[in-house]
Design a protein around this ligand. Structure first.
Ligand code: 2DE
Ligand code: MG
Ligand code: MG
Ligand code: MG
Length: 322
């Protein structure tokens, strides 16, 4: 399968990046040490390091600096997840207790900051300012996306375009920076770097549309994380935007009422609304559109095993739906 091919092609390089990550994310303080241990013991999909290393491999080759960069993007990603779980009141992540549920929100805020600042400390070791500048800007846009999401809570008039802008910030930026840095530090031409950035961005949007579908439909046990928080927090995602768009004023009013009291009973009424509509199919199709767009961006690269895995990753990003 795909992960086995990733392993076969860049397993050694991923391992090197992992070593940088583990040796960097440490603390002499016993409390900080414990929390960091808890976070690093349970590995995620390592999607961003994989994207970064494959982008390098597809555009000029993996170098020493890529191990550092792969470790940096994973660190920033982890920081955003630790903070995200506070914002979303999530109890489970990667099949184990979140930092906020096992310890407390204060610890999450500070450990997130610890990881986030360490990522800049580490990228400064590369000896040129490009990575720091790009990562600083990207993370900045991630925060802006999260803030826009808070601002739009409960806004039933949220358009698909506004939604796409939000997920472009909160999720796609970090994917785009991963693929961009991979190509940039491989020494690729500017047009190639931009194409890889576009690839990462489209893939990230496809990935988040799918994540949002799973928040509505997925199984917590199987996903290993708390779900349903989008509705709980009155965040409109694509299926709901589509549903509202296709509903009569009377149904819109019922949906509004359900959203403002998202208890389990009213939520199952909302699932009924959603399942009786084309909203799921619509959102899945939009994810597929972005996956296709991502593959288009890769055409600038010569055919290679790395490129073909990047192509297949677009399917992986959306297949989690079913
Ligand atoms: C995932 O959305 C979005 C993550 C971005 C979070 C960024 C924050 C800014 P989801 P899941 C909180 C923090 C910034 C730092 C540390 C610099 O749907 O379903 O909530 O995995 O993701 O919970
Ligand atoms: Mg969340
Ligand atoms: Mg969130
Ligand atoms: Mg989610």
């Amino acid at each position: 399968d795909l992960l086995a091919r990733v392993e076969e092609l860049i397993g050694g390089e991923l391992e090197q990046a992992e070593q940088v990550f583990l040796s960097e994310v440490s603390s002499k303080h016993p409390y900080v040490h414990d929390v960091l241990q808890h976070i690093t013991r349970f590995q995620g999909k390592r999607l961003r390091p994989i994207l970064l290393l494959l982008s390098a491999a597809a555009t000029g080759g993996i170098k020493e600096s890529h191990y550092v960069l792969a470790s940096v993007v994973e660190m920033i990603h982890l920081a955003t997840l630790v903070h995200d779980d506070v914002l979303d009141d999530a109890l489970i992540r990667r099949h184990v207790a979140t930092v906020n549920s096992r310890w407390n929100n204060e610890t999450s805020v500070l450990v997130g900051d610890f990881l986030f600042t360490h990522a800049f400390h580490l990228s400064a070791s590369l000896g040129d300012a490009r990575a720091c500048r790009l990562i600083g800007r990207a993370t900045n846009l991630v925060c802006e996306g999260e803030l826009a999401q808070i601002y739009e809570r409960g806004n039933l008039a949220l358009s698909e375009e506004q939604y796409l802008q939000i997920i472009n910030g909160k999720t796609a930026e970090l994917c785009a920076i991963s693929t961009q840095l991979g190509a940039l530090y491989a020494g690729a031409d500017e047009s190639v770097v931009t194409a890889l950035e576009d690839y990462g961005r489209s893939l990230g949007v496809a990935f988040q549309i799918t994540d949002d579908l799973l928040d509505l439909l997925g199984d917590e046990e199987q996903m290993g994380k708390s779900l349903g928080s989008d509705l709980q927090k009155e965040k409109l995602t694509l299926p709901l935007i589509r549903l509202l768009d296709q509903s009569s004023p009377a149904d819109q009013a019922s949906i509004q009422e359900i959203l403002s009291q998202p208890d389990p009973q009213t939520k199952s009424r909302l699932s009924q609304f959603i399942k009786n509509s084309d909203a799921i199919e619509y959102a899945a199709n939009r994810a597929r559109d972005f996956a296709r767009q991502a593959r288009e961006s890769l055409k600038i690269c010569a055919a290679s095993p790395a490129r073909s895995i990047l192509e297949e990753l677009t399917e992986f990003a959306i297949q989690r739906t079913i």
